[in-house]
Design a protein around this ligand. Structure first.
Ligand SMILES: Cc1cc2nc3c(=O)[nH]c(=O)nc-3n(C[C@H](O)[C@H](O)[C@H](O)COP(=O)(O)O)c2cc1C
Length: 188
């Protein structure tokens, strides 16, 4: 079974992205294709990148980096649950990527983006440039959630409509296909 890590992008108090992350985590579990783990950056709690060496060398000084490296190393695929801050990706997700290099390499990443009218599209387009720099493959099929707050109920649970569920199914299928393909790249 492929290991998939679902990673949040925001860490602020009262963040709403966690509702979206919990929903897509459950969807991914239901496929029975992936062994799923949600990595909430608010809990991972990385400081701003503080390693003395380039991550390519993997000479990590700090325990938080070694722990993060171990988590990302074991993954076969990722889903980033991506907010949009000021027309771009939030800083915590960029910071979490910058800590590592080889651990991301030749692995697929899918996006579930959320926001106002743009649904996090601008944020995703920008982050695609970053993930390409660490040799990740961005999945084309994306879940885009404009005005996502209207799908969060009074208990803080994200409730998708049919269109959203269908786009999540399509994204997960494509992610599985690319996970299979890219695994070969990593073993060679
Ligand atoms: C600093 C900041 C900047 C924001 N900028 C945008 C933006 O550019 N586009 C957008 O669609 N929403 C923007 N929003 C609204 C967010 O979509 C909304 O607050 C969302 O809940 C943020 O995700 P979070 O709750 O997980 O932090 C912004 C919110 C914050 C806090």
């Amino acid at each position: 079974m492929y290991k998939i890590k679902i990673i949040t992008s925001t860490t602020r108090e009262g963040r709403k992205g966690i509702a979206v992350a919990n929903w897509i985590t459950e969807m991914a579990r239901q496929t029975n294709t992936f062994e799923v783990e949600l990595l909430d950056l608010a809990r991972v709690n990385l400081p701003f990148m503080d390693e003395p060496n380039h991550p390519r060398l993997q000479q990590y000084k700090h325990a938080h980096t070694k722990d993060w490296s171990a988590k990302i190393s074991e993954a076969d695929a990722f889903i980033f649950v991506l907010a949009e801050y000021n027309f771009a990706f939030p800083a915590p997700i960029k910071n979490a990527i910058d800590y590592l290099f080889n651990e991301w390499k030749y692995k697929p990443v899918a996006f579930v983006s959320y926001g106002g009218v743009s649904g996090g599209l601008r944020s995703t387009q920008m982050l695609k440039q970053v993930v390409a720099a660490v040799y990740m493959t961005a999945i084309v099929d994306q879940v885009i959630l404009p005005f996502f707050g209207k799908h969060i109920d009074d208990k803080g649970i994200f409730v998708p409509d049919e269109l959203i569920s269908k786009s999540a199914d399509a994204m997960l299928k494509e992610l599985e296909r690319c996970t299979e393909g890219l695994k070969g790249m990593r073993t060679k």
